[in-house]
Design a protein around this ligand. Structure first.
Ligand SMILES: Cc1ncc(COP(=O)(O)O)c(C=O)c1O
Length: 357
């Protein structure tokens, strides 16, 4: 029987290959590869799409976070509150600028930051809160904003979720190929709602300079490539359809009765299902059974960030974040991408129902 991957990136862009080739050839013919017209146009298109004040194309989603933190002047002696149940880059960026990641626990139902636990961890040194819109589900932005600190939204997994990127001072995106909006390599974006910060991030991505003559800041070389921007302009037009298809795929899994045997993600309107992440105490047995039938699954953040070797310096121990640790121990995701077909989902659901009974 044919294997079912966790995500079929090529199936998503396959119908667009002629258009992507045409745009690639245009860049090739132009001879302009760095900070050219496609990057500029893509930034403008993101400003309209996201409803933000400014947008800056950068090399990847990790740099996007680092540039925002650096642009805000966050560094040694400062604290930034973030979840430990997220990809490593979230906390890595905070540590990279010399600040201290302060890990808060999550809500079991949403797997996003628990606002009460965040509130408990605020100190005079806290300079920002960094919520992650995990697996495509919006973090509780209004409640977090009410805590009165700047929000830096790590939106790497949630491009196109309608209410994100407008509350925070900045919102960062990754275009890694498995993301909702993806490019054909590495890419990232900083969306900003503060003109002074936008100016600093734009300078920081290019060695701290506006004009290649005066270098006003110690910066980085972190630019979105012209080729990737050209691809992203094509894919951005498809994104609303991609996200509708992801939401439909998630609903199919619920209709097929997976909620009877697993804890499945509860729907909410802004959820764009970067991943369909379930929970089960039988996780390992279910994954093994699916694996035998050629169905790929994955687990996330099984060693949460507060327990990662590089984060030991911050003094956390097992038991400090009980909900995070419980979710880390029993979560796994099922195959989902924009355009996954009904027969494939039926095969996945049959295998899960059989394994879990
Ligand atoms: C939540 C989160 N933050 C940051 C990143 C980093 O993005 P990138 O891989 O583009 O550096 C990712 C994805 O890889 C992510 O999922």
């Amino acid at each position: 029987m044919a294997k079912i991957p966790l995500v079929d990136v090529k199936a998503q862009y396959a119908p667009l290959i002629p258009e992507l080739k045409k745009r690639f050839e245009e860049v090739l013919e132009s001879g302009v590869f760095i900070l050219g017209p496609n990057v500029k146009a893509f930034e403008q298109e993101c400003i309209s799409f996201l409803g933000v004040q400014d947008a800056i194309g950068v090399a990847n989603g990790t740099d996007a976070l680092v540039l925002v933190l650096d642009g805000m002047g966050i560094g040694p002696g400062d604290e930034v509150i973030c979840p430990a149940f997220t990809f490593y880059a979230t906390a890595e960026a905070i540590a990279r600028v010399g600040a201290t990641p302060v890990f808060a626990d999550i809500d079991a139902a949403t797997m996003n930051l628990n606002v009460e636990d965040v509130a408990r961890r605020i100190t005079p040194k806290t300079k920002a809160i960094m919520p992650v819109h995990l697996f495509g589900r919006p973090a509780p932005l209004a409640a977090l904003a009410a805590l009165g600190l700047p929000l830096i939204e790590d939106s790497a997994q949630a491009f196109g979720s309608p209410d994100i990127a407008r509350t925070g001072v900045a919102s960062t995106f990754s275009f890694f190929p498995t993301k909702n909006l993806f490019c054909l390599g590495d890419g990232g974006l900083v969306a900003v709602n503060d003109p002074a910060l936008a100016e600093r991030v734009r300078m920081l991505r290019f060695h701290g300079s506006r004009d290649k003559v005066d270098f006003e800041l110690v910066g980085y070389n972190s630019r979105l490539d012209e080729v990737q921007a050209a691809m992203l302009r094509v894919l951005l037009k498809e994104l609303p359809g991609y996200n509708t298809a992801r939401r439909a795929g998630a609903e199919v899994y619920r209709q097929l009765g997976l909620g009877d045997v697993l804890t499945v993600p509860e729907d909410e309107p802004g959820h764009v299902y970067h991943l369909f992440v379930c929970r089960s105490p039988e996780r390992d047995a279910i994954r093994a059974a699916l694996g035998e039938q050629g169905i790929a699954t994955a687990t996330y953040y099984t060693t949460p960030l507060h327990l990662q070797p590089a984060m030991r310096q911050f003094g956390y121990k097992a038991g400090d974040l009980p909900v995070t640790e419980a979710v880390a121990a029993d979560n796994f995701s099922l195959p989902l991408w924009a355009g996954i077909d009904g027969a494939t989902q039926q095969r996945v659901a049959d295998a899960v129902l059989q394994a879990a009974r």
